[in-house]
Design a protein around this ligand. Structure first.
Ligand code: NAD
Ligand code: ZN
Ligand code: ZN
Length: 344
């Protein structure tokens, strides 16, 4: 008889997830089975469950791309990991390994890439099938709960900060101080940057200060771009937009210093108008950034293992997922909710 597991399933876009039994998947050749210990809840999971983006997953599917667990079984031919190893099953679930982008170590934009919790079932379940060549290797000493947010929120912001090309001693403005942003602040400080955190919630801004932000700006009060320009003497050298709100994108471009780089990682559905004259005349670079490569993953995890970055987490059971989604949508999750799985 097929073994069953508990999973939270998107059966229909825009409807609550359905908590139900699902067959425990079995790893095929070259695959592994991971027994989930913890899985963070990213705002992307909410976009996935609503079918927000032009490229949509196919219901029914299991979201979750911050799943951490032990390897419970390995398929034939697997040598990269062994049973008992602690791994993470990230957004970049797999890639082809031989296209132009894979060969230049930018596998995140591989046309054949698969995405965890999106095109492949993810971590809102007791077991996950994964590709051993693309799992995150969790450093010893880093608890599963704390590792979970690092494998999406952490890697995405760490990579995004690098993509701004801001250098130690320069300013970075981080728009959105939630799941991604609270880690971005810590990575940026650890990388020697001055940090200006921008959010629309005073509680998040107070928290940003506790996490090391040098300056905080409430985007709902006055003109946030002017406030950032004033605090940074002309605009931030790097801007990282994590806010899932279109309004934050215009503001983010406007707070970029001349010749600076504004990196977009937040993914609200839609488009935003660009003030062409300002971008051209100020020689501003606008750059998209999508999670990070396996090398970025190892680096992002190392910061956490060394204690330089620590995810602030609220633990919840899988059964709380719909309530967590409602709170996330209303901006009521302080940093990151991590779903904790019993040790079976
Ligand atoms: P979150 O809900 O935890 O945090 C969002 C934060 O933005 C909240 O603190 C909220 O108060 C703040 N905010 C909302 N409107 C704002 C505004 N106008 N100005 C400033 N701040 C504002 O979400 P999250 O998990 O951090 O994800 C954020 C976004 O990043 C989502 O759209 C998600 O899909 C996207 N994302 C992208 C990547 C990538 O690879 N590019 C990876 C992960 C997540
Ligand atoms: Zn994510
Ligand atoms: Zn490829």
């Amino acid at each position: 008889m097929t073994r069953k597991m508990q999973a939270a399933v998107v059966e229909q876009f825009g409807k609550p997830l359905v908590l139900r039994e699902w067959d425990v998947p079995s790893p095929g050749a070259g695959q592994i089975l991971v027994r989930t210990e913890a899985c963070g809840v990213c705002h992307t999971d909410l976009h996935a469950a609503r079918g927000d983006w032009p490229v949509k997953p196919t219901p029914p599917f299991i979201p979750g791309h911050e799943g951490i667990g032990r390897v419970a079984a390995v398929g034939t031919g697997v040598t990269a990991v062994k049973e008992g190893d602690r791994v993470g099953v990230p957004w970049l679930y797999s890639a082809c390994g031989h296209c132009e982008y894979c060969l230049s170590a930018f596998e995140t934009v591989c046309a054949s890439a698969q995405f965890g919790g999106y095109t492949k079932n993810g971590g809102f379940a007791e077991f996950i099938v994964a590709d051993p060549n693309y799992v995150a290797h969790i450093p010893a000493g880093l608890p599963a709960n704390e590792a979970a947010p690092i494998i999406c929120a952490g890697i995405t912001t760490y990579k995004g900060i690098k993509e701004t090309a801001a250098r130690p001693g320069e300013w970075i403005a981080i728009s959105g101080a939630g799941g991604l942003g609270h880690l971005a602040i810590q990575y940026a400080k650890a990388m020697g940057l001055h940090v200006c955190a921008v959010d629309i919630d005073e509680g998040k801004l107070a928290h940003a200060t506790r996490l090391g932000a040098d300056v905080v700006v409430n985007a709902k009060v006055g003109d946030p771009a002017e406030a950032v320009k004033k605090a940074t003497d002309g605009g931030a050298h790097g801007v990282l937009i994590t806010a899932p709100s279109l309004g934050a994108f215009n503001q983010g471009v406007a707070m970029t210093r001349k010749r600076g780089t504004c990196v977009l990682v937040g993914l609200p559905p839609g488009e935003f108008p660009l003030p062409l004259f300002d971008v051209v005349a100020n020689c501003i670079t606008i750059r998209g950034s999508f999670v990070g490569t396996r090398r970025d993953m190892a680096e992002a995890l190392a910061f956490a293992a060394e204690g330089k970055v620590k995810a602030v987490i609220e633990l919840q059971p899988l059964s709380a997922i719909n309530h967590v989604f409602e709170r996330l949508e209303r901006g009521e999750v302080p940093s990151r909710v991590v779903l904790e799985f019993s040790s079976h």
